[in-house]
Design a protein around this ligand. Sequence first.
Ligand code: KIV
Ligand code: NA
Length: 265
Amino acid sequence: SRRVTIRDLRAAKERGERWPMLTSYDMYSAEVFDEAGIPVLLVGDSAGNNVYGYPDTVPVTLEDLIPLARAVVRSTHRALIVCDLPFGSYQVSSEQALTTSIRVMKETGAQAVKLEGGLTVVDSVRRIVEAGIPVMAHTGFTPQSVNAIGGYRVQGRGDDADRLIESALALEEAGAFAIVLEMVTAEVAAEVTKRLSIPTVGIGAGPDCDAQVLVWQDMAGMRAGRMPRLVKQYGDLRGALATATRAFAEDVVSGAFPAEEHTYH
Ligand code: KIV
Ligand code: NA
């Protein structure tokens, strides 16, 4: 069975079908999501704060993401794989954005790239798309700019709404095949979704987007602490792993593991 394509996603919007997207950074999660039929997997720079132990996505490099994207591509057959362009790998110029995108496509086997920004990245999006590389845009709250934005702040309130809608239209016009709307008011996200013919992918952007994305560790309950409002936890993977870990530790201390059945003679 072939992989999902950007044409399939546009057709889904025309049919009014919603679809799920998840991040993935490794073999087993990718296998599970692919087998569950998740049509699009994102090797997100959220690996920064979900794999590499950084506080946010700002320190993540291309060298950090490329091996993870390779692993996700190798471990899947059906999903369309999108690889994030990390902070610093595309903001310098549209040349840099294209050069980085080509490198990601060649070295990972991903089928698309994603980058953050509004009107300032429109030229880069156009340039990458013209080279034959599908681009997923990402606007609203853009985590790579967290230091400029001054925290995790909802976008699209007041005068900001027009700027957001204008950016989304320009990104579509530049050739983006989809657009992530992060922490955008439901009202603005609904308006953008209605005005665009490419799918919108919401994360904290209300119920009217064409698709929804979550970081998989948030979705599955792997992360600890207080969750942002935009997260729904569909499992307790952290609890399950902690229970298994304590049972293993106890068995080693008591001598119950390894038993005869785990032993070679
Ligand atoms: O890196 C990431 O996980 C993302 C999604 C939240 C859209 O960019
Ligand atoms: Na990202």
